[in-house]
Write a protein that binds this ligand. Structure first.
Ligand code: ARG
Length: 467
């Protein structure tokens, strides 16, 4: 039986009947639907609608459904179910008879889906949090093992200045820490319980909303029943957060792909995350990284779908809101896979430190340090810049580096050059001179790594204290 057939005299158009169902995708909300229904059942009992024995048999039935689902996904086969709410009601009626039919007293699917989806997003944020920590730890491990190894850093994809490999890696850790913080903000904002909001105007019985919220781990009940049943901000926000995360991972993936290209030759791809070519026998392709890069577009697409589905909707619940589920599910699965895969690639890939150092030592990446050297001798920086620029041009014609020029040759560009110039432009000196917080000086990078580990540790401690 449908949940709403009483008023109808004609059956639905069969194609429309199938098309409007959400069960094919919202069945994955069954654990959340069971949890929310338990809370509602307890509130009904407290309100005197269910007797103690009815509550007992309902809770036993809900428990049974939970286990049956965990034991066998086939349990979800039901051609009649319109959505997950209908599916659960059908099972509860089978298992608990009239008590099952009473459960829908003073509630609406509008508040149920708003609650289930919040719980789903909350669970997903918690899962992503664990995966993010694993990825950040993999990055920190790699940064540690890179020690003081150097590499060229680019602006405009042109060699700019040398940096520590660890410094480069920690850039991504910073992005991911921001992603973590954004997701936690989203989690805190969504953690209010719509149960008791009814269809739009609030439950038709005085239900213990505080109790239901507490039971489900929410901070408090939502403040306004119309808002609670129509709000999908949390879904939009969550998918926006993982879109930014996806963008970060795509940038990382692109760089690793580039560095693994023979022309850079700085990264050895892991066989565990690469594939071969059916045509070109010599090839190993960075498929995992390419997929991560590609999925960023998919995540951003889901974010846009959610915005469009919500645009201009009148209050409160509208069936359009059913369209907000699939982008959330897809973004949840996609982002989790991306983060886990990125962690695996990070752990298994290898750097060619010798090659990185060699390319950090050529291509005039000490030019800025050279200009700063002249400035330290009293030459105004703008003139120093000009002098080094001319020296670079001179070297380009000769096919050599600045430090290959003799002192007399250098002096034609500025009389301020002295013998100590050569020690000021070695790779170590160039790295060392960036001695500011956040700079690539090895001691600064070591401190940054230590600080990152402290931050992650503090977050994990807070998490365990909460659990
Ligand atoms: N399957 C529906 C959804 O996901 C549940 C809410 C249905 N509410 C209604 N009034 N038809 O949006």
């Amino acid at each position: 039986m449908k949940m709403w057939s009483g008023r109808f005299r004609r059956p639905l158009n069969p194609e429309f009947e199938q098309w409007q169902r959400s069960f094919p995708f919202d069945k994955r909300l069954l654990p959340q639907e069971v949890a929310a229904s338990s809370a509602h059942a307890r509130a009904l009992a407290r309100a005197g609608v269910l007797s103690a024995s009815e509550l007992k048999s309902l809770l036993a039935a809900l428990e049974h459904v939970k286990h049956a689902f965990e034991a066998d996904p086939q349990f979800l086969e039901d051609r009649e179910a319109e959505d997950v709410h209908h599916f659960l009601e059908r099972r509860l009626v089978e298992l608990a008879g009239d008590a099952g039919l009473k459960l829908h007293t003073a509630r609406s699917r509008n508040e149920q889906i708003a609650t289930d989806l919040r719980l789903f997003v909350r669970d997903t944020i918690d899962a992503i949090e664990g995966a993010l920590f694993a990825l950040i730890e993999a990055i920190a491990e790699k940064a540690k093992s890179a020690g003081t190894a150097a590499m060229p850093a680019h602006t405009h994809l042109q060699a700019a200045e040398p940096v520590l490999v660890a410094h480069w890696l920690l850039t991504y850790a910073e992005m991911l820490m921001r992603d973590h913080a954004r997701l936690q903000d989203c989690r805190a904002r969504l953690n209010y319980c719509p149960l008791g909001s009814g269809a739009i105007a609030g439950a038709t019985l005085s239900l213990d909303r505080e109790g239901m919220a507490r039971e489900l781990g929410f901070t408090a009940p939502t403040a306004n029943s119309m808002d609670a049943t129509s709000d999908r901000d949390f879904a939009i926000e969550f998918v926006q957060c993982v879109s930014i995360l996806g963008i970060h991972l795509s940038r990382w993936a692109e760089e690793v792909i580039l560095f693994a290209a023979r022309e850079f030759g700085c990264v050895r791809l892991p066989e565990t995350y690469s594939t071969g070519s059916s045509a070109l026998p010599q090839k190993m392709n960075p498929d995992a990284l390419e997929l991560i890069r590609g999925k960023a577009g998919r995540l951003a697409g889901s974010a846009l779908t959610l915005l469009m589905a919500s645009k201009g909707l009148p209050l409160a619940y509208n069936k359009d809101l059913q369209e907000t589920q699939e982008p959330v599910f897809d973004a949840a699965d996609t982002s989790l896979h991306c983060v886990r895969t990125a962690a695996g690639v990070m752990r298994d890939c290898e750097f060619d430190f010798a090659r990185m150092a060699a390319s950090a030592e050529c291509g005039f990446m000490n030019a800025m340090a050279a200009a700063t050297y002249l400035a330290s001798k009293g030459v105004p920086f703008r003139s120093a810049h000009e002098a080094i620029g001319k020296a670079v041009s001179f070297c380009l014609e000769r096919g050599c580096e600045l430090a290959d020029l003799g002192l007399e040759e250098l002096k034609q560009f500025s009389p301020a050059f002295d013998q100590d110039f050569y020690s000021a432009v070695t790779l170590d000196a160039v790295l060392g001179c960036h001695d500011v917080p956040g700079g690539t000086n090895p001691a600064r990078v070591r401190a940054a790594l230590f600080e990152l580990e402290q931050r992650v540790h503090a977050l994990q401690e807070a998490l365990h204290a909460h659990a």
